[in-house]
Design a protein around this ligand. Structure first.
Ligand code: CAA
Length: 283
């Protein structure tokens, strides 16, 4: 089987980025979401990125238009009836993802691979919601997707070697680097990244230093491109909290307990860049 037709479910920041990199690599892409304005927002993000590539003379206008021409907006999940691969990038909620995978299993062709971009939820459990667990796999892209080179490829318990290899090869065609990981809470990326972010939040909570100082220490001292609190605002504090809760519950170890200040900010609706306020303020 050769993957040619792809559906990305969820047109948020991650889904739109994923759709963009597939379209750039000459796949036919359906970008799906529940409402037209969600899909339109995703398409606008991709158009903006394409315009930037043209302005920077990395692409001709014709090439950029060809990328946009390979993208089809969708609000009807039945458009998945002829795809070879689905990449799901919807809200981080196990129940929502399981229901979606059950539905996708019913409408996609038998050969189609169902991938999830979950940042920490169990691939094996999502796979169990389908009748094709051997064709379910994690494909975890990093934010911002068009820029970041890594894709963590997570094997569920039943994922076959053949499916793994196909997704590994597909990832390389996107000019990304696949890294193989087994199915444990947070995989590798968020098992290491999120406790660091959580510890940075404890450092604010305990009055050790101001957010600016903490970020400066990690940027100048450890050469991180962004400080952990800027990164937390960028990822979204609700997502950070959800991942910490997944680690805490999944391992049953208090070393993963979310910082109370993180909970407080999320309850206040201070979710970071997307709401205009988190550890910093944004216009
Ligand atoms: N979408 C598309 N392109 C973007 C972008 C976005 N959201 N943000 C930045 N870029 C592009 C810019 O257009 C620019 O491209 P050009 O070279 O064509 O100009 C390039 O990235 C560099 O951007 P800037 O010069 O504006 O800024 P920068 O040099 O500070 O880089 C950054 C920005 C790439 C985001 C960098 O700060 C960085 O690497 N930050 C860390 C990101 C990170 O750690 N991501 C992982 C998050 S964790 C995750 O995703 C997993 C999870 O499950 C939570």
């Amino acid at each position: 089987m050769q993957i040619k037709n792809v559906m990305v479910v969820g047109a948020g920041q991650m889904g739109a980025g994923i759709a963009q990199v597939f379209a750039q690599a000459e796949y036919n892409v359906v970008l799906h979401d529940l409402k037209e304005d969600f899909v339109q927002k995703g398409m606008d993000y991709i158009s903006k990125n394409m315009n930037r590539q043209v302005e920077k003379e990395r692409m001709t206008r014709e090439e950029a238009d060809a990328v946009l021409g390979r993208l089809k907006p969708s609000t009807d999940l039945n458009n998945a009836s002829d795809v070879d691969l689905v990449v799901e990038a919807v809200v981080e909620n196990l129940d929502v993802k399981c229901k979606l995978f059950t539905h996708l299993d019913e409408i996609t062709p038998e050969h189609a691979i169902l991938a999830t971009n979950t940042s920490s939820l169990p691939i094996t459990e999502i796979a169990a919601a389908t009748n094709r667990p051997e064709k379910v796999i994690g494909m975890h892209f990093m934010n911002p997707v068009p820029v970041m080179k890594l894709v963590e490829i997570i094997r569920g318990l039943a994922t076959t070697d053949e499916v793994y290899k196909m997704i590994e090869d597909t990832t390389k065609t996107l000019s990304k680097t696949p890294v193989e990981v087994n199915d444990f809470p947070g995989f590798v990326s968020n098992r290491i990244l999120m406790p660091m972010i959580n510890e940075a939040i404890y450092t604010v909570y305990e009055g050790v230093a101001e957010p600016e100082a903490i970020d400066e220490v990690m940027k100048l001292g450890m050469n991180h491109p962004m400080g952990p609190l800027t990164l937390a605002d960028f990822i979204g504090l609700d997502t950070c909290l959800y991942i910490m809760e997944t680690l805490h519950e999944g391992f049953g170890d208090d070393k993963y307990r979310p910082c109370p200040l993180l909970r407080k900010y999320v309850k206040a609706g201070w979710l970071g860049k997307k709401t205009g306020k988190g550890f910093y303020e944004y216009n």
